[in-house]
Design a protein around this ligand. Structure first.
Ligand code: PFF
Ligand code: NA
Length: 457
């Protein structure tokens, strides 16, 4: 490979700006919005956590996403080689190549548990369709979820299904049906979430849910809460894990990165807040615990589906759409590794998928085991599943974001990002640059120092 930044004629590109937006929204909107956002909000006390998370999206997530798409497009390769090219061109210290390597590693580690949780959504499709939730109360539905986690065989089968589908789609390349699928998925998911919000309004505890989500009580916030909110801003926007950078590398030259980023971030935030509005009123209406953990949506929503009219139909559709939303995120996590294996090692797409898939399957087995037979195997009190989530969301992603901000704000020649971002006004570019240089790095460093106990606030 030539090492030039000119796109090679054989490298694929998105057919239109819309195709890129759909793929990037497909990557962003997933389990992070509907499964993870509500349960971590519940664990960290609600409103104040949500406010910090929204702040992180605005002052860190959006500018970093712009940078990451631009770095991807400029590098025109997989994350590792794309960043390496930019480092070489800028004459920067080879240390900076770590940005690309960390991103690959991070996406791979997330995918190991993402396939398992996506498997839960798949498992709930037949449960909802067969009417298993009808008339059941919180206790029985809670033990249904517990029973699923306790069954390593079922979890492994569903994880394998998810991984197989992800590999199948990635194998066929990015154009095969992905755009159409997301075109149907996003409106469908939003409509179903709105139906659920509507149902939550009739629960009699809607305002309790709203104030839990939006009434900020900072006395409930801990240093860990800040770190989790920061990490989640990266996770939910698919940042610093190679996905957005790789999708950016397929982006045609003439597409505005600023506008596209805004659309992606807004869609992602709307879905997360809608999920929160649907779930918390039901939590309070059914006397459940907001901090119940990763099972939160798999317990609250089935209770609602068991009670509302057409609940089995809505429930089936909901878990199906959640499963598809998870798939479109999973493929965006696999693509960076596949593009690295094919570009760097000249593997065929098939071989690359088989190799990555095998490792991911083994990792998935570890995650499955950590939910049942291996729940005692812990390191620093964390199971393998917890450890993957903790290392990626709390450390690798914010660290990757910090490095990208410094790299694009300080290390690259100013004109590089100016060209790539092509913001319509000089003031907008100055604002972006100022954020990248000062605000984003400082905010991330302060959260790190705080959680390490070095500064306190
Ligand atoms: N953004 C996805 C979600 O919210 O579910 C998760 C994700 C996708 C994280 C892709 C990282 C990634 F590279
Ligand atoms: Na998301």
């Amino acid at each position: 490979y030539s090492g030039s930044t000119k796109s090679s004629p054989t490298r694929v590109q998105w057919s239109t700006r819309m195709a890129f937006i759909l793929a990037a929204v497909g990557s962003a909107v997933g389990l992070g919005n509907i499964w993870k956002f509500p349960y971590i909000t519940g664990e960290h006390g609600g409103g104040a956590f949500v406010l910090v998370y929204l702040g992180c999206i605005l002052i860190i997530g959006i500018p970093v996403m712009m940078a990451e798409i631009a770095l991807g497009r400029r590098g025109r390769h997989n994350p590792a080689q794309g960043i390496a090219t930019l480092v070489r061109e800028a004459g920067a210290h080879p240390f900076w190549k770590i940005i690309g390597v960390m991103a690959l590693l991070c996406g791979f580690m997330i995918l190991m548990f993402y396939t398992v949780v996506a498997g839960w959504a798949f498992a709930y499709v037949p449960k909802a369709a067969s009417g298993s939730f009808v008339g059941e109360n919180g206790d029985t539905i809670g033990s249904m979820f517990g029973g699923m986690l306790a069954d390593p065989i079922a979890l492994t089968i569903w994880m394998t299904v998810v991984l197989g589908l992800t590999m199948g789609i990635v194998l066929r390349g990015l154009h095969g049906g992905l755009e159409k699928a997301i075109n149907l998925l996003m409106p469908g998911l939003l409509i179903l979430l709105l139906i659920l919000v509507g149902y939550a309004m009739t629960s009699g505890h809607f305002m309790e849910g709203v104030s839990f989500l939006f009434k900020a009580d900072f006395s409930k916030m801990t240093g860990t809460g800040f770190l989790v909110a920061l990490g989640h801003a990266f996770f939910t926007l698919s940042l610093a894990s190679g996905a957005i950078m790789t999708y950016g590398s397929y982006l045609p030259e003439n597409v505005s990165i600023g506008k596209t980023t805004m659309i992606i971030a807004i869609m992602d935030t709307v879905v997360a807040l809608a999920a929160g509005l649907a779930i918390f009123p039901l939590v309070f209406a059914n006397g459940l615990e907001p901090g119940a953990g990763p099972g939160l949506i798999f317990v609250t929503l089935p209770i609602a589906f068991g009670q509302m009219p057409f609940g089995s139909t809505f429930g089936t559709l909901f878990f199906l759409l959640l499963a598809v939303a998870a798939l479109t995120s999973a493929i965006s996590m696999l693509e960076p590794t596949i593009s690295w294996l094919t570009e760097k090692f000249k593997m065929t797409r098939f071989k690359a998928c088989m190799l990555a898939g095998s490792l991911l399957w083994l990792g998935g087995l570890g995650v499955v085991a950590s939910l049942n037979i291996g729940s005692e195997w812990t390191l620093f009190g964390k199971t393998f599943f917890d450890m993957l989530d903790y290392l990626t969301s709390s450390w690798l992603m914010p660290l990757g974001g910090l490095l990208m901000a410094i790299f694009s704000g300080w290390i690259l020649k100013k004109t590089v990002m100016q060209d790539e971002l092509g913001l319509s006004s000089a003031i907008m570019h100055q604002l972006w640059l100022f954020t990248m240089r000062y605000i984003t790095p400082l905010a991330i460093i302060i959260v790190f120092l705080n959680v390490l106990g070095i500064v306190n606030f």
